[in-house]
Design a protein around this ligand. Structure first.
Ligand SMILES: [Zn+2]
Length: 134
């Protein structure tokens, strides 16, 4: 797996995602913020929506993708998701399988920031979803 260190803009995307998590955090409902930077440089963020029915939950990545598409963009370049707990502690949050499929449907070359906040790095979504069908 090719891993690549982050640029200053990608480190700023992490900080923007933390700010989204702080702004929208709601215990047991909104804990995972995500943000995309597009190839044209715009940033779109979102927050997860947890429900009482697990299969009805909406991931932060999905919320951020919907914001990007609603603004007329379909060119994700890099994404990061961050889990924030009730104490205000953050962790990088890798995309679930459904989100890996969704992000890769837009662009297999999209970067995903993973690792830890102390040592973040990025990998291509294609590397997180090997042998993708069709
Ligand atoms: Zn997901």
């Amino acid at each position: 797996m090719e891993t690549v260190v982050l640029s200053a803009l990608e480190r700023e995307l992490i900080e923007e995602t933390k700010r989204t998590a702080d702004r929208l955090y709601l215990e047991d409902t909104h804990k995972v913020a995500a943000a995309f930077r597009t190839r044209s440089g715009e940033v779109f963020s979102g927050i997860n929506i947890a429900t009482r029915m697990p299969f009805a939950d909406v991931c932060g990545e999905v919320a951020a993708l919907c914001a990007m598409v609603a603004a007329g963009h379909r060119d994700p370049h890099v994404i990061v998701a961050i889990h924030r707990d009730g104490e205000g502690t953050y962790e990088l949050f890798p995309p679930c399988g459904r989100c890996r499929e969704l992000i890769s449907d837009f662009d297999l070359d999209t970067w995903v920031i993973v690792g830890t906040l102390e040592q973040p790095f990025k990998v291509r979504i294609a590397e997180l979803l090997p042998f993708k069908a069709g």
